[in-house]
Design a binder for this molecule. Structure first.
Ligand code: ATP
Ligand code: MG
Length: 312
């Protein structure tokens, strides 16, 4: 089985308990939950049985420990998660609006995440990777960008593959160097997994099929557009495959995109057909939204197969 390596932020997430709650006045909060987009992705890949590892950094605190324990429980190789005395694990506070919009207060660059670097453990891991996954939100520092570039170059030199989920949050799009890094990754990606309007940040066309065609023409093998409760569409040179979502009650949407991407990439790497990879990815995304907490719904392979059979 092919080993997936990713790099980027490990966070705890703390969420406002009520819809339309303000962060300008005291109110009930729920958490800490293990989080961070690349961490959610790699957790889902590990739970599906894919060899999986993450290059990251946490503080020597409970927030770091709870994340490492969770990832280990999911079968993820945590050997390249550096633990820094004197730094605090990163965090994200999130509140949800009535119309489903999300607002975050991130503490990433000034947390232990700001200390992520290409150290010997990271290099050792990259040397074993068959596939490198990039989450756009992780390109917040020159050091993470260096790891991502090294990882992609090493994997590609061995004939491996790259996937890219832009996962752009409005709160971080203006980070210096991020735009150039996003373009670097897209130019080398085999699978591109945008959601919502992210597709249009990388193309001129104003319609989805046209924008996907532009990106395929740049050498990407599969463009997979995630659409929340409307499921997903995969564009390849030979045509498009549309896959409806599984109807579920949405409790917490955060992390669905990462779980979907991990499901799709894991099954694509196993040589599954696009229809089955999309169905499995939709099932991972659907189960992810049914529980509060970004990793709380992340299914194992058995759970996702049982769920798909129950909905056949
Ligand atoms: P995030 O960045 O917060 O992880 P996203 O915006 O990248 O999420 P979405 O498009 O919201 O990703 O969701 C990813 C996938 O998860 C969808 O393509 C779908 O398969 C599944 N999904 C998300 N929301 C729902 C829902 N309400 N019902 C069923 N499936 C859902
Ligand atoms: Mg996303």
């Amino acid at each position: 089985m092919r080993k997936i390596v990713t790099a980027g932020e490990i966070l705890v997430e703390i969420m406002a308990a009520e819809i339309d709650q303000s962060f300008m006045t005291p109110g009930p909060l729920i958490g800490p939950f293990p989080s961070g987009a690349p961490a959610i992705f790699i957790d889902q890949a590990g739970r599906l049985g894919q060899p999986a590892a993450i290059i990251s950094s946490v503080g020597a605190d409970d927030f770091g420990r709870l994340n490492i324990l969770r990832l280990q429980e999911s079968g993820v190789d945590t050997s390249a998660i550096a633990i820094h005395e004197g730094a605090a694990t990163g965090s994200a506070f999130v509140r949800y609006g009535r119309d489903g919009d999300r607002n975050f207060v991130f503490n990433i660059q000034n947390s232990a995440c700001g200390l992520i670097r290409l150290d010997p453990a990271a290099r050792a891991l990259i040397a074993t990777a068959d596939h490198f996954h990039v989450t756009g939100s992780s390109l917040f520092s020159e050091r993470v960008i260096d790891i991502v570039k090294s990882g992609i170059d090493a994997v590609k030199a061995r004939g491996g593959t790259v996937s890219f989920d832009p996962n752009i949050r409005k709160e971080i799009l203006d980070t210096p160097g991020m735009r150039e890094a996003l373009d670097f990754v897209l130019a080398r990606a085999d699978i591109f997994l945008p959601s919502g309007d992210e597709l249009f940040l990388f193309a001129q066309a104003l319609d989805e099929a046209g924008a996907a065609a532009e990106i395929l023409a740049r050498g990407v093998a599969a463009v997979v557009v995630k659409k929340g409760a409307a499921g997903a569409v995969c564009y390849e040179a030979r045509g498009a495959v549309d896959a409806p979502a599984f109807p579920v009650e949405e409790v917490d949407p955060t992390g669905a995109g990462d779980c979907f991407s991990a499901g799709f990439v894991s099954f694509w790497l196993r040589g599954e057909g696009i229809e089955r990879a999309l169905r499995l990815a939709n099932a991972c995304g659907a189960l992810a939204v049914t529980k509060k907490g970004p990793m709380a719904g992340t299914p194992t392979l058995v759970e996702v197969e049982t769920f798909m059979e129950s909905r056949a």
